[in-house]
Design a protein around this ligand. Structure first.
Ligand SMILES: *Cc1c(COP(=O)(O)O)cnc(C)c1O
Length: 452
């Protein structure tokens, strides 16, 4: 084993990793990256088909982003954001408000997605407290939703595999069934349905509106919950319900923001107006950590009071609005215009969708779904009964290993295989990656079928 890897395993504890497995399948030492390729210490490269955990947008090693970071480094690396401010944060907040949907007009910076969500939850909670609505203290989320790894954000997440052991620590929240078309909670088929899956949410709100502070959801893609892509009609109806029952709508755009769905923000597809929007991941194109929670003037006003009234938002992180990260985000936003990123993406979407549909030929592929440059497929033991591969089958892991052998970084979620492509990708690269992935899944699939 390489001496660096030995040392890595001696000192590092990696996220979402059973470290015992790492002795057999050690981590890969990446030395450099360019565009959509990652190069390891042996010169082998891997296509970054998941944008390095859904954050890379314009490709690795982009000269303009690097230049912006270097320039900022020459003047100011960091300063506290209470009582002080700086131009990168001012410009970035202005830009975010300009591109944000609806009435979002105030920006609260954090340094990661979980904390952007925590911020929204705490703001919504305190908003109702500040208004004297003392009973509005609970949240509703979707059963397959994922909102982060802090205890607060886990309390409203629904991924059992991650949550199970921590459940005793969570605050109480309510879950509504997910609009999971392939496994419809109402037993319907999408072609004939009328978004009946909204009814349980309606019932829940009707019964509990006086104790609900907010509904939180990921717009159009429940990402970590299994890349479940749902109809924009559901989002529209859910947003309308929050207005009807006077609860906040928090949109978690941490994964979907910054062009992933073909629009800057996923909520634009449904034209909904959230009270809060959480962003992170793609905000800096994956170069530096940054998060932000956007909200409305109305929410902001509820905290505006004489100091003695104790309506202040007592929350913040040391690296809030880090100037290097803000400058990076500004450079990334500029690139959207300079490189016409979204227009290019819109042209690539049909190519991607058509290529992806070919995976339906494979007998273990039960469902294929996509939006923008995000696409997923669900592997099943039997297409008719839709019985999924189990935890112990480790289908995802097998495909991950086989993908690496073939120069692809894919990182399935259980038996959901997905692509979360960097937006700078070219048409020929899409074709190449999907062709290789097809062969990988075909190989692992036929092994699974023959050995049943
Ligand atoms: C990744 C993710 C988060 C958490 O972001 P971190 O930066 O990993 O803390 C929150 N919400 C959604 C939808 C995400 O995909």
């Amino acid at each position: 084993m390489d001496r660096w890897i030995k040392k890595d395993l001696k000192y590092n504890w990696h996220p979402y990793t059973q470290m015992k497995d790492s002795r057999k399948d050690p981590p890969i030492l990446i030395e450099r990256a360019k565009g959509i390729k990652l190069y390891d210490n042996r010169g082998k490269y891997y296509y970054d088909t998941i944008s390095s955990w859904w954050c890379n947008v314009h490709g690795h090693n982009h000269p303009k982003i690097k230049k912006a970071i270097k320039k900022q480094l020459d003047s100011l690396e960091h300063v506290l954001f209470a009582g002080f401010t700086h131009k990168p944060a001012i410009q970035l907040a202005e830009q975010l408000v300009r591109i944000a949907p609806g009435n979002l007009s105030k920006v609260f910076f954090t340094d990661n997605g979980s904390c952007a969500v925590e911020t929204a939850l705490k703001m919504s909670f305190q908003y109702w407290q500040n208004l004297g609505e003392k009973k509005k203290t609970k949240f509703i989320s979707l059963s397959h939703g994922y909102h982060g790894d802090t205890i607060g954000s886990m309390s409203i997440s629904g991924v059992d595999l991650f949550n199970e052991v921590f459940k005793p620590l969570f605050f109480k929240s309510f879950k509504a069934p997910s609009p999971y078309c392939y496994r419809c909670p109402m037993g319907k088929r999408r072609a004939k349905c009328n978004i009946e899956c909204i009814e349980p949410l309606d019932d829940l709100l009707k019964k509990r509106e006086h104790e609900i502070a907010a509904l939180i959801l990921e717009p159009l893609i429940m990402a970590a919950g299994g890349m479940i892509i749902y109809p924009k009609e559901y989002l529209k109806k859910a947003a309308a319900l929050t207005k009807k029952y006077n609860v906040h709508l928090i949109l978690d755009e941490v994964a979907t923001g910054f062009g992933r769905t073909g629009k800057m923000f996923a909520s634009e597809h449904a034209r909904v107006k959230p009270d809060f929007m959480c962003v992170s991941k793609g905000i800096t194109s994956g170069y530096l950590p940054l998060g932000a929670t956007l909200t409305t003037r109305e929410v902001f006003q509820a905290f505006w009071a004489d100091y003695e009234k104790k309506k202040t938002f007592y929350h913040g992180h040391t690296y809030t609005a880090n100037p290097l990260a803000c400058s990076t985000a500004l450079a990334s936003l500029s690139l959207f215009y300079e490189e016409n990123t979204l227009r290019k993406v819109v042209k690539l979407i049909p190519v991607f969708r058509e290529r992806l549909s070919l995976f339906r030929q494979l007998p273990i592929v039960g469902d294929v779904r996509s939006i923008g440059l995000v696409g997923a497929m669900e592997l099943v033991k039997d297409r008719r009964t839709k019985v999924p591969y189990g935890f112990k089958d480790r289908m995802g892991q097998q495909i991950y290993r086989e993908g690496l052998k073939n120069g692809l970084l894919m990182r399935p979620i259980g038996s959901v295989i997905y692509f979360y492509l960097p937006l700078c990708i070219k048409e020929n690269q899409i074709n190449f990656i999907l062709q290789r992935a097809f062969n990988v899944i075909k190989k692992i699939g036929s092994k699974a079928l023959c050995c049943r």
